[in-house]
Design a protein around this ligand. Structure first.
Ligand code: F6P
Length: 394
């Protein structure tokens, strides 16, 4: 066998899907093809290596990946209950947890897989580290999540598409909110990070944005809504991240089980209720939910996904260690897995995007309108009720 043909690599997509997964799969398959490598697709995370069904593993030749760059979802499927160390196995009527990680390692060895491209979020990357420690061959990870909360990379693909979907929804909600003079409270995804709420809220002209990083006081939100009303703006748009919580309160968990991260959801309905109680305004709430994960990736996500997929192949060819493809200052770099798995990346309070929201007069449920960080400049108006720079009261 020549150097060019000796490699057989595998690709898996695990965790929640994100627009751009298929673009990564195509990029890995095509760029590997030029190198003479064979690419196997493992279906539904590691499930294809665990279950006996032979269709769990597919060959990704050039034909298999034609015309998929613009498609949402994943041609390989994904799995959010596919942790081989805590794998759900049905015994009679019961589902019990089993450690089947040895099976994954053995199957990978039997198939002669020399390296894995793991496309996943923090959970998938942590799993990859544990499997590496047990003997999985090399891993190059491509970071994926609409939440944009992965450490080590400036952005994950899927985020821009989710933000675009949420922004479009806010544009539409403005007209109905205005017509009925209502407050619309919109819940967006993001888990423990407020990136989607922050970006979509600012771009979509929201009046209030509530994120997990800033526990909110509902009084501040109600003041903002009443102030708008007194200025002749009797409607408001409130964006709530699913992980947002009131000061001294907890995140709202919708469901928990042994095989899955707790599912968040329900805070928008509560916020809407508190707004009605505090302002007397008619209020409606809605949850954008999985709409944010669906559909075609926007251009920036497609490009990022294609770039990351090709970079994964190049890193496999040029380097010998495991690691993650990361976007840093516009360039793709190779960072250790330990960097990407050391925690999640949340919105920092000195973030420029957050400050942009404050400069525009948006309410984050913490400070009165017109609040500026000390670093924002010397000639600042006093904080307090309204000020001449007062923000979005328009
Ligand atoms: O991590 C991506 C994400 O969409 C989160 O924003 C959300 O909390 C979660 O996944 C939803 O997971 P599921 O698809 O299991 O409902």
């Amino acid at each position: 066998m020549t150097e060019a043909t000796q490699r057989r690599i595998a690709i898996t997509t695990g965790g929640g899907d994100a627009p751009g997964l298929n673009a990564v799969i195509r990029a890995v398959a095509v760029s590997s093809h030029w190198r003479g490598w064979e690419v196997l697709g493992i279906r539904h995370g590691y499930r294809g290596l665990i279950e006996p069904d032979p269709s769990g593993i597919v060959t990704l030749d050039r034909n298999a990946v034609r015309g998929i760059t613009h498609l949402g979802g994943s041609i390989l499927g994904t799995a959010s209950r596919g942790d081989p160390f805590n794998y759900p196995v049905k015994i009679g009527d019961q589902v019990v947890a089993r450690d089947v990680s040895d099976q994954v390692i053995e199957r990978a060895q039997t198939l002669g897989i020399s390296a894995f491209v793991v496309v996943g979020g923090d959970g998938s990357l942590r799993l990859a580290s544990r499997l590496l420690a047990k003997g999985l061959p090399r891993v190059v990870a491509v970071p994926k999540t609409i939440d944009n909360d992965l450490e080590g990379t400036d952005q994950t693909f899927g985020f821009d598409t989710a933000v675009s979907t949420a922004t479009e929804a806010l544009d539409k909600l403005h007209t109905t909110a205005q017509a009925h003079e209502r407050v619309m409270v919109v819940e967006v995804m993001g888990r423990y990070a407020g990136w989607i709420a922050l970006h979509a809220g600012i771009a979509g002209g929201a009046d209030v944005i509530l994120i997990p990083e800033i526990p909110f006081a509902i009084e501040r939100v109600n003041e903002k809504i009443k102030r708008r009303e007194s200025r002749g703006r009797p409607f408001s748009i409130v964006v709530v991240a699913e992980g947002a919580r009131p000061r001294g309160g907890e995140m709202v968990v919708k469901q928990t089980d042994n095989f899955h991260e707790p599912r968040l959801g329900g805070i928008a309905e509560l916020v809407a209720q508190w707004i009605t109680e505090g302002t007397g305004k008619e209020t409606r709430s809605l949850v954008l939910g999985h709409l944010q994960r669906g559909g075609s990736p926007v251009t920036t996500d497609r490009l990022l996904a294609l770039r990351m997929g090709c970079a994964a192949t190049n890193f496999l060819a040029d380097r010998s260690e495991s690691g993650v493809v990361a976007l840093r200052c516009g360039e793709l770099e190779f960072v250790p897995l330990s960097v990407a798995t050391r925690g999640i990346r949340t919105v920092t309070l000195n973030s420029n995007v957050l400050q942009t929201g404050r400069d525009l007069g948006l309410c984050f449920g913490d400070e009165p309108e017109g609040f500026f960080l000390p670093s924002a400049g010397p000639s600042l108006p006093p904080t307090g009720s309204e000020n001449s720079l007062g923000g979005s009261g328009d």
